[in-house]
Design a protein around this ligand. Structure first.
Ligand code: COI
Length: 350
């Protein structure tokens, strides 16, 4: 397909798809087999497939970057592979081995290399997924599954976010509860968040913020992003991975980058009350979100039923901006990768 240069220059997020996809089948008898690159298009599926009837589906999200040397590189795919396997275990799906995971992404990235822009802030977002494909109305794990990888050129998730986005505090809906699927990356978690996300939009906010389901006291995550707080003494606070929160690759990277810069990072529960009080005293200087799609996005306000808690970074550049510059510099190859976070997929034609 001829690629529209305007699309590659400003792709937005998730609206355009590359020319190919990778598919691999699973059966209990043969394991994973039949890996193939095929034109991007609809998947033939039995209407009784467990993915359709019972939401037996998991996915991942990671990005491919084109560097100045013409090579394509992936950011920390080992972490995504591990999380994908953990999600598979939680959704009773077969795990995709890490080797197959990386190899299938490499294959797709190289065949669709023309879709990988070298513009700052633009990358190729890769979406691996597994669906249960066995036709079955009895409720048990599917014995057949399909692993697929699709890709989509990605720019900014929120558009212009220089001044920050606002979050709507969901009071009626929960994303995850104890023993639920909150730590898994499964479509059901996102489906369950849609009504709260719609509510957020109705209140003029870009995203919803979820607190713990049991007491609605503790900050958890923003549905598609983890959350960080920056205090006046430079300490970063982020909610701990308590089984209800997604273990974000960007979250983990931010923690490491901040610690290497000499900042204290605390993974500890933080309440809405603490947020409100610390913002009022000026002790809380910044709030930001972190995710593969969102990268690092400042949060300017938390909107609740009866109040708006504002935080605007006073320093310039803000902590969020400094971390974002360092993270995206490593990802795009303009800052040395001292930690071995990048995986070279090889040289690629434009
Ligand atoms: C990602 O950042 O990769 C996500 O999964 C968020 C996505 C659901 C938009």
């Amino acid at each position: 397909m001829t690629i529209d240069p305007a699309v590659l220059a400003a792709p937005g997020f998730g609206a355009h798809f590359t020319d190919h996809m990778v598919l691999v089948d699973f059966s209990e008898q043969s394991g994973w087999h039949g890996r193939r690159v095929v034109p991007y298009g609809p998947l033939p599926m039995d209407p009784a497939a467990t993915a359709l009837q019972y939401g037996q589906e998991i996915f991942e999200g990671l990005k491919v970057y084109r560097h100045r040397d013409g090579h394509l590189r992936l950011f920390r795919p080992d972490m995504n592979a591990r999380r994908f396997a953990a999600s598979a275990a939680r959704l009773a799906l077969p795990a995709v081995p890490a080797g197959l995971f990386v190899e299938s992404i490499r294959q797709l990235a190289l065949v669709d290399a023309a879709w990988v822009s070298d513009r700052p802030g633009v990358s190729l977002y890769v979406r691996p997924f597994v669906i249960g494909t066995e036709a079955l109305l009895g409720v048990r794990p599917a014995r057949h599954a399909t692993y697929g990888v699709i890709a989509s050129p990605a720019g900014s998730y929120f558009g212009d976010t220089e001044t920050g986005i606002s979050l709507w505090l969901s009071q009626n809906h929960s994303r995850a509860g104890a023993g639920g699927t909150g730590a898994a990356k499964c479509g059901g978690n996102y489906a369950a968040a849609l009504v709260a996300q719609t509510e957020a939009k109705a209140h003029g906010c870009q995203q919803v913020l979820f607190t713990d389901a049991a007491t609605r006291t503790w900050v958890e995550e923003a549905g598609s992003m983890n959350i960080f707080f920056v205090f006046a003494d430079g300490t970063l606070v982020t909610p701990p991975l308590n089984g209800a929160i997604l273990a974000g690759v960007t979250r983990d990277s931010v923690i490491e980058l901040a610690r290497d810069r000499g900042q204290r990072v605390e993974e500890r529960p933080i309440s809405i009350t603490e947020w409100k009080e610390a913002a009022a005293t000026g002790e809380l200087t910044e709030v930001f979100a972190a995710g593969t799609a969102a990268v690092i996005t400042p949060i300017a306000a938390l909107v609740t039923d009866d109040t708006v808690i504002e935080t605007r970074a006073s320093g310039s550049p803000s902590t969020a901006q400094q971390l974002r510059d360092e993270l995206t510099g490593i990802q795009h190859g303009t800052i040395p990768d001292r930690r071995g976070w990048l995986l070279d997929l090889g040289p690629a034609p434009r």
